[in-house]
Ligand binder design. Structure first.
Ligand SMILES: Cc1cc2nc3c(=O)[nH]c(=O)nc-3n(C[C@H](O)[C@H](O)[C@H](O)COP(=O)(O)O)c2cc1C
Length: 219
């Protein structure tokens, strides 16, 4: 977008276009450098998450920033067990494809941002959730996508880890009822962004063509 001459000061921060950020975004696992990210960058990335739309404007998310190496170690050990359980559940051929795939960068990133969902936020009468209860959860997930794209625009990597038991993570971080952890995001400085998703590069599953996902008039 070009600014017209004499216009008021722009609020738009310089950086990638939203399309560039969408194209560049990757789930990062192996490319974390371990270098800390600057406090102002983290603030902007979390701020972007916090700008997400939400049902009834409930803003049901919270962000728990975890840097204590002992917590990272404990969570990484738990995730390693969950990975093993999944590997063992696979038929031989799938297991061979899965084995070399890295599924987290918990220690290497040096930081986890755990996004939680609080169903009780906003009280009982949630405008828009009375018909579709999942809209609360959808809202928290939108905060994650905002955060992920903003991080990409800042050249910060994000990797979503879901190989965990919810009750374990709830206890590990002292998350009170009825708040649920919905994602552990490894967040950190990266050497590079892969151009092709790991799961596609390593033969697990590729992307569907857009034409297969678009339906006209009826499903
Ligand atoms: C809800 C959700 C959970 C995910 N859980 C994991 C995970 O536990 N481990 C992992 O390596 N990647 C995980 N991913 C990342 C996906 O594997 C990744 O987004 C997908 O392969 C496409 O790659 P891309 O994000 O680089 O485009 C998760 C992604 C989402 C949206």
């Amino acid at each position: 977008m070009t600014e017209s001459a004499g216009s008021a000061e722009s609020n738009v921060e310089p950086g990638l276009s939203v399309y560039d950020a969408i194209r560049r975004r990757r789930d990062v696992r192996a490319e974390f450098t371990g270098m800390p990210i600057a406090a102002d960058v983290l603030e902007r990335v979390l701020g972007a998450g916090h700008c997400a739309p939400s049902v009834g404007n409930t803003q049901p998310w919270d962000f728990v920033v975890v840097r204590d190496p002992r917590t990272l170690d404990r969570f990484a050990d738990h995730v390693a067990d969950a990975r093993l359980r999944f590997a063992r559940s696979l038929p031989d051929e799938r297991r061979q494809t899965f084995d070399p795939i890295k599924i987290e960068g918990i220690r290497e990133s040096g930081m986890g941002v755990v996004v939680t969902y609080d169903r009780s936020r906003g009280g009982e009468h949630i405008l828009g959730r009375h018909t579709v209860d999942d809209t609360g959860l959808f809202s928290a997930v939108l905060a994650i996508q905002n955060l992920w794209l903003a991080a990409t625009a800042e050249s910060v990597g994000v990797g979503w880890v879901s190989f965990y038991d919810e009750s374990y993570l709830t206890e590990l971080l002292g998350i009170p009822e009825p708040v649920r952890p919905i994602a552990w995001l490894c967040v950190g400085d990266v050497a590079e962004f892969q151009q092709v998703p790991d799961l596609e590069r390593l033969g697990w599953r590729g992307r569907r063509p857009l034409a297969d996902a678009v339906h006209l008039e009826k499903f």
